[in-house]
Design a protein around this ligand. Structure first.
Ligand code: KG4
Ligand code: ZN
Length: 369
C-alpha cells in the first residue's frame, strides 16, 4: 500500500467527521473489569462505568477465568445501561459501538463482543473492534487533549510490556517487548510470594512507601542483542531466592524493604529502556500506559528522567491507567473516523497482536478506507 495515498485519504475523512460530535458507546470486558463508557470525539468522557471483580478474585489470589466470564455476563447489561444513563444519552443517539475484541481472556472477551454485536445488530449502528492495548495507549488522548502522535509509549499491564512507537492514531511499531513475564505479572507474583496477596501491584506500591529501596540489590537483566526488550523473570526469581534464603536461615525479612527494593529495580529497568529508546529514536514525547502506569514510583521516575532529557512526558490519571471502557471509546473513535467497521463475524481474539498488521487483517475485517 502506498503510504502517501493512505495518509491523504485518512486525513480528509477525519476533517469531515471532526466537524460533527461523534458519540461512541464503548465496551470492555477483557479481564476482570466489566466496563462501559460514552465518549464524545474520542477525547471527552461523558460517562465511565466499571464493575470490578477484585473482591471475588481476591479469595483465589488471582483472576479465575471461568468466574470472570460469568460475572461479566451478570454485569454487562447493567453497566451499559448505567453508562448511557450517566451520559444522559439514548442508545439511538450513538454513532457507533466500540468493543475490545482482544487480547485477553477468551471467555471474558466474548461477553463484551457478543453484547456489542447484539446492540449493533438491533440498532444498525456501526461496530468497531478495538485492540485492548491500543485502548491503554489512547487513555493518554483523553487526559491530554493536545497530545497527537508521534510519540513513544511504554505500555505496562498485567499481560503486556511493550515499547510502542505510535506513528499515528492506532498505528504503531513495537520496538521492545518482554521475553518472559509482563511487568504487572511480575508485580503480582512477587506480591503473592512476599505475602501481600492480590491485587499485587497496588499492594507493592503501598508497602514500598514504608521500605528502603536500597535494602536489597536485585539484577537488572538485559536481553542480549535486543536492547529494548525486557526480561523480568530473573528479577522475580532473585526476590524469591532472597526470601527463601532468609526463611531457611531463620532470619526475619522486612516486607516493605523487599517491596521497595523490587519496585525500585523494576522501575529503573522500565525507565532506562524507555529513555534509551526515546534518545535513539529522537522522539520528543513519551507516554506511559497500562495498569502498572498507576504505580506512583514509575510515574515519578519516568517523568523526571524524560524531563531531564527535554522530552515531554504524559501519563493518564491512575483510574484511566487500569482497565476501563473510556480508553476503548478513545481508540475506537480514531478507527471510526478512518471508516473502519467490523461486521458480525467479529470474534474474541485472545492473542490479537498489536500494530499495523492487526489493524488491517483482524479487528475490523470489513474495514473501509
Ligand atoms: O491494564 P490492567 O488493568 O489489566 C491488564 O490489561 O492486564 O493491568 C493490571 C496490572 C496488574 O498486574 C496490577 O497489579 C497492575 O496492573 N497494577 C499496578 C498498580 N496498579 C495496578 N502495578 C504496580 N503499581 C500499581 N499501583
Ligand atoms: Zn489492560
Amino acid at each position: 500500500m502506498a503510504a502517501g495515498g493512505f495518509w491523504d485519504g485518512k486525513r480528509s475523512a477525519m476533517t469531515q467527521n471532526e466537524q460533527k460530535e461523534i458519540l461512541l458507546l464503548a465496551v470492555e470486558s477483557s479481564c476482570d473489569e466489566t466496563a462501559a463508557a460514552v465518549v464524545a470525539n474520542g477525547r471527552q468522557v461523558l460517562s465511565d462505568v466499571i464493575a470490578s471483580q477484585i473482591d471475588t478474585h481476591t479469595i483465589y489470589g488471582g483472576v479465575v477465568p471461568e468466574i470472570a466470564s460469568r460475572q461479566h455476563v451478570e454485569q454487562i447489561n447493567f453497566v451499559i445501561r448505567q453508562a448511557l444513563a450517566q451520559a444522559g444519552r439514548q442508545l439511538t443517539e450513538m454513532d457507533g459501538i466500540a468493543v475490545t475484541c482482544g487480547p485477553g481472556l477468551v471467555g471474558a472477551l466474548l461477553v463484551g463482543v457478543s453484547a456489542a454485536k447484539a446492540l449493533a445488530l438491533a440498532t444498525d449502528l456501526p461496530l468497531i473492534g478495538v485492540h485492548h492495548i491500543e485502548g491503554h495507549i489512547s487513555a493518554n488522548y483523553i487526559e491530554y487533549p493536545e497530545l497527537t502522535p508521534p510519540f513513544l509509549c511504554l505500555v505496562v499491564s498485567g499481560g503486556h510490556t511493550n515499547l510502542a512507537l505510535v506513528r499515528d492514531y492506532g498505528i504503531c511499531d513495537i520496538i521492545g517487548q518482554t521475553r518472559d513475564d509482563a511487568a504487572g505479572e511480575c508485580f503480582d507474583k512477587v506480591a503473592r510470594a512476599i505475602g501481600l496477596g492480590y491485587p499485587g501491584g497496588p499492594k507493592i506500591d503501598r508497602a514500598a512507601r514504608e521500605g528502603n529501596p536500597h535494602a536489597f540489590e536485585f539484577p537488572r537483566t538485559k536481553v542480549e542483542g535486543a536492547e529494548y526488550d525486557f526480561s523480568f523473570s530473573g528479577l522475580k526469581s532473585a526476590v524469591l531466592n532472597t526470601l527463601h534464603q532468609a526463611q531457611q536461615n531463620g532470619q526475619p525479612v522486612s516486607v516493605p524493604d523487599l517491596a521497595a527494593s523490587f519496585q525500585w529495580t523494576a522501575v529503573e529497568i522500565l525507565t532506562e529502556h524507555t529513555v534509551q529508546a526515546a534518545r535513539a529514536l529522537g522522539v520528543e514525547q513519551v507516554a506511559l500506559a497500562g495498569g502498572v502506569a498507576a504505580n506512583s514510583a514509575l510515574r515519578q521516575r519516568l517523568k523526571s528522567a524524560c524531563e531531564a532529557d527535554g522530552i515531554r512526558f504524559y501519563v493518564p490519571r491512575p483510574s484511566l491507567c487500569t482497565d476501563n471502557a473510556a480508553m476503548i471509546g478513545a481508540a475506537g473513535y480514531y478507527r471510526f473516523v478512518r471508516g473502519e467497521r467490523a461486521d458480525m463475524t467479529l470474534n474474541a481474539m485472545p492473542d490479537l497482536p498489536l500494530g499495523d498488521r492487526e489493524r488491517r487483517y483482524h479487528a475490523n475485517a470489513g474495514a473501509r478506507g
